[in-house]
Design a protein around this ligand. Structure first.
Ligand code: SAM
Ligand code: SF4
Length: 323
């Protein structure tokens, strides 16, 4: 039977980028600060999860590196018995200046989101500027230098925008010695998504195999949605996350905590358990928190597919969930 070993925590819904598929340009709908979990509350929740076998924590956002004192949180998490790995998903903008402190605090791995290798397209998609693109590249270099190996690059596939760059990303993977992970665009809470922008992973695999040769599956250590491949004749390592075209519910080993303390059992469903309400109730006990988490995890294991959850729908925007 599968185990839930992986907890993704969104530490903030704020972000210094405004990626078109994730956050509206003039977004003003942020979670009020008092509703955001304090670090001690996040730690309490992680401790409860370790009793159910959670070993791995990923910090995400919004942009996790805009939250003040994030290295303090990492160092607090690294002291929790049972936690074996702390990782981070970031847009990379603040990475070069923070990576050494993050590593020292206990960060093990980092995923940097980068959807195009063209600075002008990057500026358009993220609504930032050219210098942001070069800062992200520098962040990737610095993360490697700091020994956060392997650095992974997350690339959301967008038809008519970056499908012409698939081969370029394969070369980028080889030259930069990073794993590039192609992710299908998800219809999560934004207007950007439309069928016209969607590219299935199968199309991208076909482009790579036509240009380079066979994709050879790499042995995987853990359960999870990403499948990694080496590309014949190159040193590239490419991962695929077919979130839409191939449902991987039976392999899903993760749950998500939003920055306002809601536990989500499935990215695509708005079914949430309000852990913050439990933590902040006058009669709070650690036992009660554990009980609620235990019940939620049993419910998650009983879920037999995304279809069941999809009926509940997902109205939350991606930057409030954390991807
Ligand atoms: N700000 C950080 C970043 O961009 O890496 C962390 C948060 S972001 C919400 C986490 C991941 O979700 C990123 O890799 C981003 O590209 C991805 N993402 C956001 N909206 C998406 C969408 N509609 N479909 C697929 N992936 C999406
Ligand atoms: Fe910010 Fe990440 Fe969303 Fe882009 S994808 S707007 S960087 S949270």
């Amino acid at each position: 039977m599968k185990k839930i070993e992986y907890l993704r925590i969104s530490v903030t819904d704020r972000c210094n980028f405004r990626c078109r598929y994730c956050m509206p340009e003039g977004n003003k709908e942020f979670i009020p600060h008092p509703e955001i979990l304090r670090y001690e509350e996040i730690i309490e929740i992680i401790k409860a999860f370790t009793d159910f076998g959670v070993k791995s924590v990923r910090l995400t956002g919004g942009e996790p590196l805009v939250r003040k004192g994030i290295e303090d949180l990492i160092s607090m998490i690294s002291e929790i018995p049972g936690i074996e790995e702390i990782s981070l998903t970031t847009n990379g903008f603040f990475l070069s200046e923070k990576v050494n402190r993050l590593k020292k605090a206990g960060l093990k791995r980092v995923n940097v989101s980068l959807d195009t290798l063209n600075p002008e397209k990057f500026t358009y998609l993220t609504r930032t500027n050219r210098s942001a693109f070069f800062r992200v590249l520098q962040g990737i270099e610095k993360a490697k230098e700091a020994g956060l190996y392997p650095v992974k690059v997350n690339t959301v596939l967008i038809k008519g925008f970056n499908d012409s760059e698939v081969e370029h990303f394969v070369k980028f993977s080889e030259e930069m010695e990073v794993e590039v992970r192609f992710i299908e665009l998800m219809p999560v809470g934004g207007k950007f998504f439309s069928e016209e922008h969607f590219i299935p992973i199968s199309e991208v695999k076909a482009i790579i195999e036509k240009s380079f040769g066979k994709l050879i599956p790499k042995k995987v250590k853990k359960m999870g949605p990403a499948k990694s491949f080496s590309v014949t004749g190159t040193g590239a390592v490419i991962g695929f996350i077919p979130s839409i075209s191939e449902h991987f519910c039976s392999e899903c080993n993760r749950v998500r905590l939003t920055s306002d303390g809601k536990l989500r059992l499935c990215l695509m469903s708005d079914r949430e358990i309000d852990l913050k309400a439990i933590l902040r109730s006058r009669s709070y006990t650690f036992e009660e928190l554990k009980n609620e988490i235990g019940k939620a995890l049993i419910a998650k294991l009983g879920i037999d597919g995304i279809e069941a959850l999809e009926k509940l729908g997902c109205q939350r925007k991606m930057f409030t969930i954390g991807g």
